[in-house]
Structures are given as C-alpha cells and as structure tokens.
Write a protein that binds this ligand. Structure first.
Ligand SMILES: [Zn+2]
Length: 109
C-alpha cells in the first residue's frame, strides 16, 4: 500500500470509530496532531496544516488513533509536545508503537 492509500485507510478507521477528523488544523508549531475526547464520548482528531509530508501525516494520524484505541478514559487531551514533557511519556510511547505497527501492517498489505 502506498502513502496515499494508507492515509485513506486511516481516515476510514477514524470514521468507523465515530471520530471527527479535522484536517489542516491551525495547530502550534511542533504539534503534528491532537486527539480530544469530550464528555459523552465525542472524539476529535486534529491534524496540523503545517505537516506537508504524507508519511508524517500518516504517522500523526495513526498516533492519535492509538490514543483513541488505548487511552480512552485515561485523559482528555494528548499531543506530542505536551505529552513528551510531562507524566504521559509512557502513553506517548504506546501511541508511537501502535502507529508504527499499524503503518507497517498497512504497508505490507
Ligand atoms: Zn500523543
């Protein structure tokens, strides 16, 4: 699977999970993606408009999907920068591992 197809599949996963996807979001520099889980289970993934490379975008989206799959109920907001700098470093690593495994699997399919 190429990067364009992977992006499409990841968007489909998000949709299937009922996650609202905000593309081209005006996120601060250094933040590629964000996952929000609001009360009532409403989830939003924002992807930064600054990320132009598709492989990077795919990784950011897969990473945020990882938070949705692994960390629902654990917290309501994660982003790479913030998580790296505080107690949630382990959660960041889990989301990174999830993203790497998911993209590897899609690439070889
Ligand atoms: Zn994260």
């Amino acid at each position: 699977m190429n990067d364009t197809m992977i992006y499409r599949v990841l968007c489909k996963y998000a949709k299937k999970r009922g996650i609202f996807l905000e593309e081209n979001a005006p996120l601060p520099d250094g933040v590629n993606g964000l996952w929000y889980c609001f009360g009532g289970g409403v989830e939003v993934i924002s992807l930064s408009r600054h990320v132009e490379s598709l492989p990077l975008k795919n990784f950011a989206l897969a990473h945020e999907l990882g938070h949705s799959c692994l960390h629902k109920g654990v917290g309501n907001l994660f982003n790479r920068k913030q998580c790296r700098e505080d107690y949630a470093t382990a959660k960041e690593k889990e989301a990174d591992d999830f993203a790497r495994r998911l993209i590897d699997r899609l690439k070889s399919s």
